[in-house]
Design a protein around this ligand. Structure first.
Ligand SMILES: Nc1ncnc2c1ncn2[C@@H]1O[C@H](COP(=O)(O)OP(=O)(O)OP(=O)(O)O)[C@@H](O)[C@H]1O
Length: 297
Protein backbone atom coordinates (compact mmCIF):
# COMPACT_ATOMS: atom_id res chain seq x y z
CA UNK A 1 0.00 0.00 0.00
CA UNK A 2 1.24 3.45 -0.92
CA UNK A 3 0.21 6.48 1.13
CA UNK A 4 0.90 10.00 -0.05
CA UNK A 5 0.08 12.73 2.44
CA UNK A 6 0.01 16.47 1.65
CA UNK A 7 2.89 16.30 -0.81
CA UNK A 8 4.08 19.59 -2.22
CA UNK A 9 6.71 20.08 -4.88
CA UNK A 10 8.02 23.14 -6.70
CA UNK A 11 10.66 23.58 -9.37
CA UNK A 12 12.01 27.07 -8.70
CA UNK A 13 9.05 29.42 -8.56
CA UNK A 14 6.75 26.91 -10.25
CA UNK A 15 4.55 24.84 -7.93
CA UNK A 16 3.89 21.48 -9.57
CA UNK A 17 2.19 19.60 -6.70
CA UNK A 18 0.20 21.25 -3.94
CA UNK A 19 -0.95 19.20 -0.96
CA UNK A 20 -1.53 15.96 -2.84
CA UNK A 21 -2.99 13.21 -0.65
CA UNK A 22 -3.91 9.77 -1.91
CA UNK A 23 -3.77 6.07 -1.04
CA UNK A 24 -3.12 3.17 -3.37
CA UNK A 25 -4.56 0.13 -1.54
CA UNK A 26 -3.32 -3.42 -1.89
CA UNK A 27 -5.20 -5.66 -4.28
CA UNK A 28 -6.39 -2.95 -6.61
CA UNK A 29 -5.52 -0.89 -9.65
CA UNK A 30 -5.50 2.85 -8.97
CA UNK A 31 -5.69 4.96 -12.11
CA UNK A 32 -3.93 8.32 -11.98
CA UNK A 33 -5.16 10.60 -14.70
CA UNK A 34 -4.39 14.17 -15.60
CA UNK A 35 -3.56 16.31 -18.62
CA UNK A 36 0.02 16.72 -19.77
CA UNK A 37 2.01 18.65 -17.19
CA UNK A 38 -0.47 17.97 -14.34
CA UNK A 39 2.32 16.54 -12.17
CA UNK A 40 1.75 12.76 -12.46
CA UNK A 41 5.33 11.80 -13.27
CA UNK A 42 6.63 14.19 -10.62
CA UNK A 43 4.55 12.46 -7.93
CA UNK A 44 5.61 9.00 -9.10
CA UNK A 45 9.26 10.06 -8.99
CA UNK A 46 8.77 11.39 -5.46
CA UNK A 47 7.24 8.06 -4.35
CA UNK A 48 10.25 6.10 -5.63
CA UNK A 49 12.76 8.63 -4.29
CA UNK A 50 13.98 10.03 -7.62
CA UNK A 51 12.79 13.50 -6.55
CA UNK A 52 12.46 15.05 -3.13
CA UNK A 53 9.23 16.74 -2.06
CA UNK A 54 9.36 20.08 -0.26
CA UNK A 55 6.48 19.08 2.00
CA UNK A 56 4.39 16.08 2.99
CA UNK A 57 5.19 12.43 3.43
CA UNK A 58 5.11 9.20 1.45
CA UNK A 59 4.99 5.75 2.97
CA UNK A 60 5.18 2.39 1.26
CA UNK A 61 3.77 -0.53 3.23
CA UNK A 62 3.83 1.60 6.36
CA UNK A 63 7.32 3.11 6.19
CA UNK A 64 9.36 5.47 4.02
CA UNK A 65 10.54 3.66 0.90
CA UNK A 66 14.15 4.52 1.82
CA UNK A 67 13.72 2.35 4.95
CA UNK A 68 12.45 -0.73 3.09
CA UNK A 69 14.63 -3.71 4.00
CA UNK A 70 14.34 -5.09 0.45
CA UNK A 71 13.46 -2.12 -1.81
CA UNK A 72 13.07 -4.22 -4.96
CA UNK A 73 10.48 -6.39 -3.17
CA UNK A 74 8.67 -3.26 -2.08
CA UNK A 75 8.30 -1.22 -5.31
CA UNK A 76 8.70 -2.04 -8.97
CA UNK A 77 8.52 1.03 -11.18
CA UNK A 78 8.30 1.80 -14.86
CA UNK A 79 8.76 5.54 -15.18
CA UNK A 80 10.29 5.49 -18.66
CA UNK A 81 11.55 2.81 -21.04
CA UNK A 82 13.64 5.25 -23.06
CA UNK A 83 16.87 4.66 -21.13
CA UNK A 84 17.10 0.97 -22.08
CA UNK A 85 20.46 0.41 -23.79
CA UNK A 86 19.81 -0.42 -27.47
CA UNK A 87 22.99 -2.40 -28.05
CA UNK A 88 22.16 -4.93 -25.30
CA UNK A 89 19.84 -7.90 -25.55
CA UNK A 90 16.72 -7.91 -23.41
CA UNK A 91 17.80 -11.11 -21.69
CA UNK A 92 21.19 -9.59 -20.80
CA UNK A 93 19.55 -6.58 -19.15
CA UNK A 94 17.22 -8.87 -17.21
CA UNK A 95 20.06 -11.21 -16.24
CA UNK A 96 21.98 -8.23 -14.86
CA UNK A 97 18.91 -7.05 -12.92
CA UNK A 98 18.41 -10.56 -11.47
CA UNK A 99 22.06 -10.69 -10.52
CA UNK A 100 21.85 -7.34 -8.70
CA UNK A 101 18.90 -8.64 -6.69
CA UNK A 102 20.55 -12.04 -6.10
CA UNK A 103 17.89 -13.88 -8.07
CA UNK A 104 18.67 -17.02 -10.07
CA UNK A 105 19.22 -16.68 -13.86
CA UNK A 106 16.14 -18.89 -14.37
CA UNK A 107 14.06 -15.85 -13.38
CA UNK A 108 14.97 -14.24 -16.75
CA UNK A 109 12.90 -16.77 -18.69
CA UNK A 110 9.98 -16.38 -16.30
CA UNK A 111 10.03 -12.60 -16.70
CA UNK A 112 10.24 -12.73 -20.50
CA UNK A 113 7.27 -15.11 -20.54
CA UNK A 114 5.33 -12.95 -18.11
CA UNK A 115 5.52 -9.92 -20.42
CA UNK A 116 5.19 -11.85 -23.69
CA UNK A 117 8.77 -11.38 -24.95
CA UNK A 118 9.91 -15.00 -24.75
CA UNK A 119 10.37 -15.24 -28.54
CA UNK A 120 12.50 -12.09 -28.79
CA UNK A 121 14.51 -12.07 -25.56
CA UNK A 122 17.70 -12.76 -27.52
CA UNK A 123 17.30 -9.69 -29.76
CA UNK A 124 19.07 -6.40 -29.24
CA UNK A 125 16.82 -3.76 -27.72
CA UNK A 126 17.48 -1.34 -30.60
CA UNK A 127 15.34 -3.66 -32.75
CA UNK A 128 12.45 -3.38 -30.31
CA UNK A 129 9.36 -1.29 -30.99
CA UNK A 130 8.21 1.17 -28.31
CA UNK A 131 5.60 -1.36 -27.19
CA UNK A 132 8.27 -4.07 -26.79
CA UNK A 133 10.41 -1.66 -24.78
CA UNK A 134 7.43 -0.98 -22.54
CA UNK A 135 7.05 -4.73 -22.00
CA UNK A 136 10.73 -5.02 -21.14
CA UNK A 137 10.38 -2.05 -18.78
CA UNK A 138 7.53 -3.93 -17.09
CA UNK A 139 9.67 -7.05 -16.80
CA UNK A 140 12.37 -4.98 -15.08
CA UNK A 141 9.77 -3.57 -12.68
CA UNK A 142 8.69 -7.13 -11.86
CA UNK A 143 12.15 -8.61 -11.31
CA UNK A 144 11.83 -9.17 -7.56
CA UNK A 145 8.03 -9.63 -7.61
CA UNK A 146 7.35 -6.35 -5.75
CA UNK A 147 4.26 -5.69 -3.64
CA UNK A 148 3.67 -2.28 -5.25
CA UNK A 149 3.79 -1.38 -8.93
CA UNK A 150 4.18 2.19 -10.17
CA UNK A 151 3.71 2.49 -13.90
CA UNK A 152 3.87 5.82 -15.73
CA UNK A 153 1.88 5.74 -18.97
CA UNK A 154 2.61 2.05 -19.69
CA UNK A 155 0.02 2.00 -22.49
CA UNK A 156 2.12 4.33 -24.65
CA UNK A 157 3.36 2.55 -27.74
CA UNK A 158 1.35 -0.63 -27.23
CA UNK A 159 -0.67 -1.92 -30.17
CA UNK A 160 -4.34 -2.93 -29.59
CA UNK A 161 -3.35 -6.50 -28.65
CA UNK A 162 -0.73 -5.10 -26.29
CA UNK A 163 -3.31 -2.84 -24.64
CA UNK A 164 -5.62 -5.83 -24.06
CA UNK A 165 -2.71 -7.83 -22.73
CA UNK A 166 -1.70 -5.03 -20.36
CA UNK A 167 -5.22 -4.78 -18.95
CA UNK A 168 -5.35 -8.44 -18.04
CA UNK A 169 -1.76 -8.32 -16.79
CA UNK A 170 -2.63 -5.46 -14.40
CA UNK A 171 -5.83 -7.15 -13.21
CA UNK A 172 -3.80 -10.29 -12.56
CA UNK A 173 -1.25 -8.34 -10.50
CA UNK A 174 -4.01 -6.69 -8.45
CA UNK A 175 -5.63 -10.14 -8.06
CA UNK A 176 -2.40 -11.30 -6.43
CA UNK A 177 -2.87 -8.60 -3.79
CA UNK A 178 -0.52 -6.00 -5.21
CA UNK A 179 -1.08 -2.25 -5.18
CA UNK A 180 -0.94 -1.02 -8.78
CA UNK A 181 -0.59 2.72 -9.41
CA UNK A 182 -1.01 3.48 -13.07
CA UNK A 183 -0.93 6.83 -14.82
CA UNK A 184 -2.41 7.85 -18.13
CA UNK A 185 -3.67 10.98 -19.81
CA UNK A 186 -6.46 8.85 -21.32
CA UNK A 187 -9.44 8.46 -19.03
CA UNK A 188 -11.03 6.03 -21.47
CA UNK A 189 -8.08 3.68 -20.98
CA UNK A 190 -8.06 3.85 -17.19
CA UNK A 191 -11.82 3.40 -16.98
CA UNK A 192 -11.43 -0.09 -18.42
CA UNK A 193 -8.82 -1.33 -16.01
CA UNK A 194 -8.86 0.69 -12.79
CA UNK A 195 -10.89 0.04 -9.64
CA UNK A 196 -10.43 3.63 -8.52
CA UNK A 197 -9.29 6.79 -10.24
CA UNK A 198 -7.62 9.93 -9.02
CA UNK A 199 -7.86 12.96 -11.27
CA UNK A 200 -5.00 15.44 -11.05
CA UNK A 201 -5.08 18.91 -12.54
CA UNK A 202 -2.44 21.59 -12.11
CA UNK A 203 -0.95 19.77 -9.13
CA UNK A 204 -4.26 19.29 -7.28
CA UNK A 205 -6.40 16.20 -6.78
CA UNK A 206 -9.67 17.41 -8.27
CA UNK A 207 -11.73 14.24 -7.95
CA UNK A 208 -11.27 10.69 -6.75
CA UNK A 209 -13.33 7.62 -6.11
CA UNK A 210 -14.36 4.15 -7.25
CA UNK A 211 -14.86 4.04 -11.01
CA UNK A 212 -18.31 2.50 -10.54
CA UNK A 213 -19.36 5.17 -8.03
CA UNK A 214 -18.00 8.09 -10.03
CA UNK A 215 -20.06 7.02 -13.01
CA UNK A 216 -23.20 6.08 -11.06
CA UNK A 217 -23.36 9.37 -9.13
CA UNK A 218 -24.21 11.11 -12.36
CA UNK A 219 -26.65 8.55 -13.72
CA UNK A 220 -29.89 9.98 -15.08
CA UNK A 221 -32.93 8.43 -16.73
CA UNK A 222 -34.43 9.27 -20.11
CA UNK A 223 -38.16 8.64 -20.61
CA UNK A 224 -40.67 9.07 -23.40
CA UNK A 225 -44.40 8.89 -22.97
CA UNK A 226 -47.62 9.49 -24.98
CA UNK A 227 -48.19 12.53 -22.71
CA UNK A 228 -44.83 14.01 -21.71
CA UNK A 229 -46.39 17.04 -20.00
CA UNK A 230 -48.54 14.89 -17.70
CA UNK A 231 -45.65 12.58 -16.96
CA UNK A 232 -43.47 15.57 -16.01
CA UNK A 233 -46.19 16.78 -13.62
CA UNK A 234 -46.54 13.35 -11.97
CA UNK A 235 -42.79 12.88 -11.52
CA UNK A 236 -42.38 16.49 -10.35
CA UNK A 237 -45.12 15.99 -7.76
CA UNK A 238 -43.08 13.08 -6.35
CA UNK A 239 -39.93 15.16 -6.01
CA UNK A 240 -38.10 14.15 -9.20
CA UNK A 241 -36.24 16.87 -11.07
CA UNK A 242 -37.15 16.65 -14.76
CA UNK A 243 -36.07 18.54 -17.86
CA UNK A 244 -37.40 18.24 -21.42
CA UNK A 245 -35.06 16.65 -23.94
CA UNK A 246 -35.96 15.75 -27.53
CA UNK A 247 -39.22 13.79 -27.57
CA UNK A 248 -39.05 13.04 -23.85
CA UNK A 249 -37.68 13.98 -20.44
CA UNK A 250 -34.42 13.59 -18.56
CA UNK A 251 -35.03 12.68 -14.92
CA UNK A 252 -32.19 13.42 -12.50
CA UNK A 253 -32.35 10.01 -10.86
CA UNK A 254 -31.31 6.46 -11.61
CA UNK A 255 -34.34 4.98 -9.81
CA UNK A 256 -35.84 3.47 -12.97
CA UNK A 257 -38.10 1.18 -10.93
CA UNK A 258 -39.89 4.06 -9.18
CA UNK A 259 -40.02 6.21 -12.32
CA UNK A 260 -41.65 3.35 -14.23
CA UNK A 261 -44.06 2.55 -11.40
CA UNK A 262 -45.25 6.16 -11.11
CA UNK A 263 -45.58 6.53 -14.88
CA UNK A 264 -47.89 3.51 -15.12
CA UNK A 265 -49.83 3.85 -11.87
CA UNK A 266 -50.38 7.61 -11.73
CA UNK A 267 -49.31 8.86 -15.15
CA UNK A 268 -49.85 8.25 -18.86
CA UNK A 269 -47.43 5.25 -19.14
CA UNK A 270 -44.09 5.05 -20.94
CA UNK A 271 -42.94 4.25 -24.45
CA UNK A 272 -39.26 4.41 -23.57
CA UNK A 273 -37.09 4.31 -20.44
CA UNK A 274 -33.30 4.13 -20.32
CA UNK A 275 -30.45 5.00 -18.01
CA UNK A 276 -27.98 7.62 -19.16
CA UNK A 277 -24.59 7.11 -17.55
CA UNK A 278 -22.19 10.02 -17.72
CA UNK A 279 -18.89 8.79 -19.05
CA UNK A 280 -15.90 9.13 -16.79
CA UNK A 281 -14.26 10.99 -19.66
CA UNK A 282 -16.90 13.74 -19.32
CA UNK A 283 -16.48 13.90 -15.56
CA UNK A 284 -12.74 14.16 -16.09
CA UNK A 285 -13.16 16.98 -18.59
CA UNK A 286 -15.48 18.86 -16.25
CA UNK A 287 -12.97 18.41 -13.43
CA UNK A 288 -9.83 19.38 -15.26
CA UNK A 289 -11.13 22.28 -17.33
CA UNK A 290 -11.21 25.61 -15.55
CA UNK A 291 -10.95 25.69 -11.79
CA UNK A 292 -9.09 23.09 -9.80
CA UNK A 293 -10.70 23.09 -6.39
CA UNK A 294 -10.74 19.72 -4.64
CA UNK A 295 -14.07 17.97 -5.09
CA UNK A 296 -13.53 14.71 -3.30
CA UNK A 297 -16.44 12.33 -3.56
N1 LIG B 1 13.12 18.61 -13.36
C1 LIG B 1 12.22 19.57 -13.64
N2 LIG B 1 12.57 20.87 -13.62
C2 LIG B 1 11.64 21.83 -13.87
N3 LIG B 1 10.35 21.60 -14.15
C3 LIG B 1 9.95 20.33 -14.19
C4 LIG B 1 10.85 19.24 -13.93
N4 LIG B 1 10.16 18.09 -14.02
C5 LIG B 1 8.89 18.43 -14.33
N5 LIG B 1 8.77 19.76 -14.43
C6 LIG B 1 7.53 20.51 -14.72
O1 LIG B 1 6.54 20.06 -13.83
C7 LIG B 1 5.27 20.01 -14.45
C8 LIG B 1 4.65 18.65 -14.24
O2 LIG B 1 5.40 17.70 -14.99
P1 LIG B 1 5.10 16.14 -14.96
O3 LIG B 1 6.05 15.49 -15.89
O4 LIG B 1 5.05 15.67 -13.56
O5 LIG B 1 3.63 16.11 -15.56
P2 LIG B 1 2.77 14.88 -16.06
O6 LIG B 1 1.43 15.02 -15.44
O7 LIG B 1 3.51 13.61 -15.83
O8 LIG B 1 2.62 15.18 -17.58
P3 LIG B 1 3.09 14.34 -18.86
O9 LIG B 1 1.98 13.38 -19.13
O10 LIG B 1 3.21 15.40 -19.91
O11 LIG B 1 4.39 13.70 -18.51
C9 LIG B 1 5.49 20.37 -15.92
O12 LIG B 1 5.14 21.72 -16.09
C10 LIG B 1 6.97 20.16 -16.10
O13 LIG B 1 7.47 21.04 -17.08
Amino acid sequence: MIKVDAVTKSFGAKTVLEGVTLTVPDGSVMGFVGPNGAGKTTLMKIIVGLLEAQGGTVSVDGRPYADAPLPARSIGALISAEWLPGRLKAESVLRYACDVHRLPPSRVGELLAEVGLEQVGGQRIKRYSLGMRQRLGLALALVADPQNLILDEPVNGLDPDGVLWLRSFLRHQAGRGKAVFLSSHLMSELELVADDVIMLSEGHVVRQGRVAELTSTSTQTYVESPDVGRLAAVLGAHGFAVAPQGQGLVVTSDDTMEIGRLAFTEGPGLTQLKRITESLENLYRQSTVGEHHAKEL
